[in-house]
Design a protein around this ligand. Structure first.
Ligand code: HEC
Ligand code: HEC
Ligand code: HEC
Length: 377
């Protein structure tokens, strides 16, 4: 493999394999969710007749940018020009196309497009605007159209059991996320989480507003009324923090969750859930973790050829191996050759019995603590 293709390989596994498959056969786990088949990049005939500039353009501008399907996302707002060239080289490698060695043109940029491609409202002025206009039905239907037909969102996210499964199911997005958070996240996911697999889709301010209005309109039809009591009176954040990190206590949330680098890595970091998640959703996450499995934290079950069962959360996968972390926080590296069966399970690694072992007051303290975890700036 050329050194340029070597550079493209981890990018391909991170951003492309979900649809195109780890070997480029077009059979990634997300492929069957899509109405249009992801191209078979390992097919030499298909790739061999394309120019470098054609492969480059579809990655940079997305499917719609070259009159193909909107289900192929745009990566030019996320990756540097040089990284995109490295992907062109890796695609040629996957197709075993040795006749067209790829070289990077002179003067391409090596830095990622870090700043916003377009100016967006500040969170404060968005909030003000959203209070007045957020439920406008024309705006909501404009947002829905962008989501389903124009901006690749549907290629990675489900609505009512249809659509992609790379990111979280958004059928109840308005119940999970605050409007401010959706607006901020979709405008530039990398600013919040540089390693996110969700690319920056280059949305302008109007598009961010419309999509946010659409997603906020997707609410939880039947929030458990019995849980309202947990939300009605406020808890004490200082006590909540103690319960969260008490290694001898009943909850010991910190064993699995980190807040600003303090705590474990089995579950998602919770450093700014006070900004991003609604209180009702945080409550549901504690009382009934399996109702929503955080994207990237599904538990997998592996049966090895030697007859051993292993469960954990999948961190990485390539053509020859899988990396897991188990519920004690131990990292495991498993060769695909040793695996007999591999299954993603609809259960959470997070214990499901906090409702029974914690008092209502303790849960209110925890919620109060989580609410203080805000993103800076
Ligand atoms: C969410 C799914 C998805 C992801 C992620 C994705 N693709 Fe695609 N890709 C598609 C689909 C669907 C097509 C078929 C488009 C069409 O033919 O209209 C496609 C087509 C292509 C093509 C062929 C275009 C042509 O000229 O026919 C290339 C090359 C490609 N993708 C490269 C990539 C690379 C490189 C990445 C990662 C940076 C990537 N794709 C990520 C879904 C995806
Ligand atoms: C290539 C796949 C992909 C595409 C395309 C995509 N997303 Fe995502 N999205 C993800 C993934 C993966 C996550 C989980 C993020 C993470 O934690 O890194 C995510 C997370 C989200 C979240 C939740 C953020 C949070 O705090 O957890 C929202 C809201 C969202 N996406 C909306 C959108 C919208 C709107 C679009 C279209 C404009 C879109 N996504 C396009 C993959 C994608
Ligand atoms: C054994 C490990 C473990 C323990 C202990 C644990 N969690 Fe979790 N938690 C997880 C995992 C794994 C997930 C992701 C899967 C899921 O969504 O259920 C998660 C998800 C969450 C989420 C949803 C995050 C999001 O943004 O979607 C919240 C909130 C949460 N946990 C809070 C807590 C609190 C509060 C405690 C202590 C009372 C706790 N957890 C204890 C492992 C754990």
């Amino acid at each position: 493999m050329s050194s340029l293709a070597m550079q493209g390989r981890p990018l391909f596994l991170h951003y492309c394999a979900a649809c195109h498959g780890v070997t480029g056969d077009g059979d990634g786990y997300n492929a069957e969710q899509l109405e249009k088949e992801p191209a078979e990049l390992s097919n030499e005939k298909f790739i061999g007749k394309k120019k470098d500039s054609q492969i480059y353009r579809v990655i940079k501008f997305g499917g719609l940018g070259v009159k193909k399907s909107h289900l192929m996302p745009v990566f030019g707002h996320t990756l540097s020009e040089e990284e995109i060239w490295s992907l062109v080289a890796y695609v040629r490698y996957l197709a075993e196309d040795d006749d067209h060695p790829v070289t990077v043109p002179a003067d391409v940029s090596k830095t990622r497009p870090a700043s916003l491609p377009l100016a967006h409202d500040s969170v404060e002025s968005f909030s003000e605007w959203f209070l007045k206009n957020g439920t406008d039905s024309t705006l909501i239907s404009k947002g829905e159209k962008l989501f389903r037909k124009k901006k690749s969102c549907y290629a990675c996210h489900q609505l009512d059991d249809e659509g992609g499964v790379v990111g979280p199911d958004l059928s109840r997005a308005g119940f999970y996320y605050t409007p401010e958070w959706i607006f901020r996240w979709i405008g530039n996911p990398q600013k919040v989480k540089p390693e996110s697999r969700m690319p920056n889709l280059g949305l302008n301010n109007e598009e961010c507003r419309a999509i946010t209005a659409f997603l906020v309109s997707l609410q939880e039809p039947e929030f458990n009324k019995k849980w309202q009591g947990y939300l009605d009176s406020p808890g004490d954040a200082v006590q909540g923090e103690k319960i969260f990190f008490d290694a001898e206590g009943k909850a010991n949330c910190g064993k699995c969750h980190a807040v600003n680098d303090r705590g474990g890595k089995v579950g998602p970091p919770l450093s700014f859930v006070g900004t991003s998640r609604t209180k009702a959703f945080l409550l549901e996450s504690i009382l009934k973790p399996k109702a929503v499995i955080t994207s990237g934290y599904s538990s997998v079950l592996i049966l090895t050829k030697k007859g051993k069962f292993i469960t954990g959360i999948k961190l990485n996968e390539d053509d020859s191996s899988v990396d897991l972390i188990d519920k004690e926080g131990t990292s495991l590296h498993i060769l695909k050759n040793d695996i007999k069966r591999f299954k993603t399970q609809k259960i959470s690694i997070m214990p499901g019995n906090f409702k029974d072992i914690l008092t209502e007051e303790e849960i209110r303290h925890l919620l109060a603590y989580l609410a203080t975890l805000k993103i800076q700036n």
